[in-house]
Write a new protein. Structure first.
Length: 179
C-alpha cells in the first residue's frame, strides 16, 4: 500500500495539472482528481495543507550553455517531484537564475548541476577540438599535443562527432590566387 506521502504526491500532480491545463485535458484531470480524492477520502482543503513549502533559491551559471543546463535541470527536478512547470527568474547581469523550490529540490538541482556542468564542459571541449581538427585549424608547431590515451569506444564516439559536422566552404579573397 502507498504511503501518505506517495498518495499526496500523486494527488498533487493531478491537482496541479487540473489547475494549469486547458480544454479536455483540464476536464480529464479534474475528473481524475475527483476520483482520487474520493478514493482516499481527501478534500481540496487537505491538498492545500499538503502543498510543499517552496522558497526562492538562487544559482550562478557561466554562459548560455550553463544557463540552459541549469534551467532544464530545475524544470526536470520540479516536474518529477511536483508535476508542474517552473517559472525561472534571471538576473543576466549577475549571471544568476532563481527558482521557487523546496529545500530538497534545491539540493537536488545543485547536485545535478554540479555533475552535469563538468560533463558539459568536457563535451564542449571535445566538440571544439574536433571542429578545429575538421577544419584544419590546428597549430602546426606541436603546442597542442594531447598525450592522454583514448580508448576504442571514446575514439569511435569522437569520429562519429567528426563525421556529423558539416563542411564549411570559405571563399578565397578576390585578390588571392591559389598556389
Amino acid at each position: 500500500m502507498a504511503s501518505k506521502e506517495e498518495v499526496a504526491a500523486k494527488i498533487l500532480k493531478v491537482y496541479n495539472l487540473a489547475q494549469r491545463a486547458t480544454g479536455g485535458e483540464r476536464e480529464a484531470a479534474a475528473h481524475r482528481l475527483g476520483q482520487l480524492l474520493e478514493k482516499y477520502g481527501w478534500t481540496i482543503e487537505d491538498l492545500e495543507t499538503l502543498a510543499p513549502n517552496v522558497e526562492y533559491h538562487d544559482f550562478t551559471y557561466r554562459g548560455k550553455y550553463e544557463k540552459e543546463l541549469l534551467s532544464r535541470i530545475a524544470q526536470k527536478v520540479v516536474w518529477d517531484n511536483r508535476g508542474i512547470h517552473l517559472k525561472t527568474y534571471y538576473d543576466v547581469n549577475r549571471r544568476r537564475a532563481g527558482f521557487d523550490l523546496t529545500a530538497e529540490e534545491a539540493k537536488e538541482v545543485k547536485r545535478l548541476f554540479g555533475i552535469y556542468k563538468v560533463v558539459l564542459h568536457e563535451e564542449l571541449g571535445n566538440v571544439v577540438g574536433i571542429f578545429l581538427y575538421k577544419h584544419n585549424l590546428i597549430l602546426r608547431d606541436g603546442s597542442e599535443k594531447n598525450d592522454e590515451p583514448v580508448d576504442q569506444e571514446e575514439a569511435e564516439r569522437l569520429i562519429s562527432l567528426l563525421r556529423g559536422m558539416r563542411d564549411v566552404n570559405i571563399p578565397l579573397p578576390e585578390n588571392r590566387r591559389l598556389r
